[in-house]
Design a protein around this ligand. Structure first.
Ligand SMILES: [Zn+2]
Length: 282
């Protein structure tokens, strides 16, 4: 049954509003340089860019980047600091080394592949992988695959994969400074709804979304001093363990829909033309 006010064709009732898909282009992470400082974010959920981005080092205390040759690790300095803080807090909580993946390109903007966001240096993908991390060669790090935490039918987490530490990791991420929301698979959100005791306020920031069965997508709010950056609407009040979550599972009972038209390229703010100049196509 659809959540009140939402028909199956109306799309998800809450959560993230991604931009239109990125234009086609090479998936290779061709190198370029960030647009010079000072840091300046232009745009919002519909698309944008960033000048003065800084790079997450390839590894650091508590984390390791993966898929480096096809991924981008540039972001606003606050985003980078928050990711490093997450790794440190996870390590302090006894969790294994984290795998970090895409943040943004050197100057932000559209990114090839599945990403419809990640344009502002305010988004990051952190893998929900709590297995021990043996040392890997660069080639092996490029090919890392992480198992899904969601059962094949999509109606719950895979009990053979899910650990209480996954909830700990997501809760630690929800407490990061500037954190706006975390996208996870609806089955993961439901698991958190069922198992969280005590403080449940952080669940408000954990939103269900398509995919995201092996990683969480962190989105940060526009940092202070960025008047050309605009935020998404705030997450709805409450813990989100309600009809808006039920909606996702009701979709599993619906017949598959025919594919819609291809997404249109994002419309970038005019100021991004100069910031993105010289960056290879995404
Ligand atoms: Zn993402």
């Amino acid at each position: 049954m659809a959540a009140p006010g939402y028909s199956p064709a109306s799309g998800p009732p809450s959560g993230y509003s991604p931009a239109s898909g990125p234009p086609s282009g090479s998936a290779a992470a061709a190198q370029s340089t960030p647009a010079s400082a000072p840091v300046r974010i232009v745009g919002g959920p519909g698309g944008g860019c960033i000048a003065g981005a800084v790079q997450l080092p390839a590894s650091g205390p508590g984390y390791q980047t993966i898929r480096f040759s096809r991924s981008w690790f540039w972001g606003h300095p606050d985003t980078i600091a928050a990711l490093q803080a997450l790794a440190a807090r996870a390590a302090a909580a006894g969790l294994p080394t984290l795998y970090m993946n895409d943040i943004s390109r050197t100057r932000g903007g559209p990114m090839a592949g599945v990403h419809a966001s990640h344009m502002l240096g305010l988004d990051a993908d952190v893998w929900l992988d709590l297995l021990p991390k043996p040392p890997l060669s660069p080639a092996e790090l490029d090919g890392v695959e992480v198992r899904s935490l969601v059962a094949a039918d999509g109606r719950g987490v895979d009990p053979a994969a899910w650990q209480a530490g996954h909830a700990t990791l997501i809760r630690l991420a929800a407490g990061l400074p500037g954190l706006d929301r975390i996208l996870v698979n609806p089955a993961i959100k439901a698991q958190l709804c069922r198992t969280t005791t005590g403080d449940r306020a952080w669940l408000r920031q954990v939103r269900p979304w398509y995919g995201h069965s092996a990683h969480m997508h962190l989105h940060f709010r526009c940092p202070p001093g960025q008047p050309e950056c605009w935020d998404q609407s705030p997450t709805p009040a409450g813990d989100g363990c309600d009809a808006s979550l039920d909606w996702w599972f009701a979709q599993l009972d619906q017949p598959p829909r025919p594919p819609g038209p291809p997404p249109r390229p994002p419309v970038l703010p005019a100021a991004c033309t100069g910031i993105l100049a010289g960056q290879p196509p995404g």
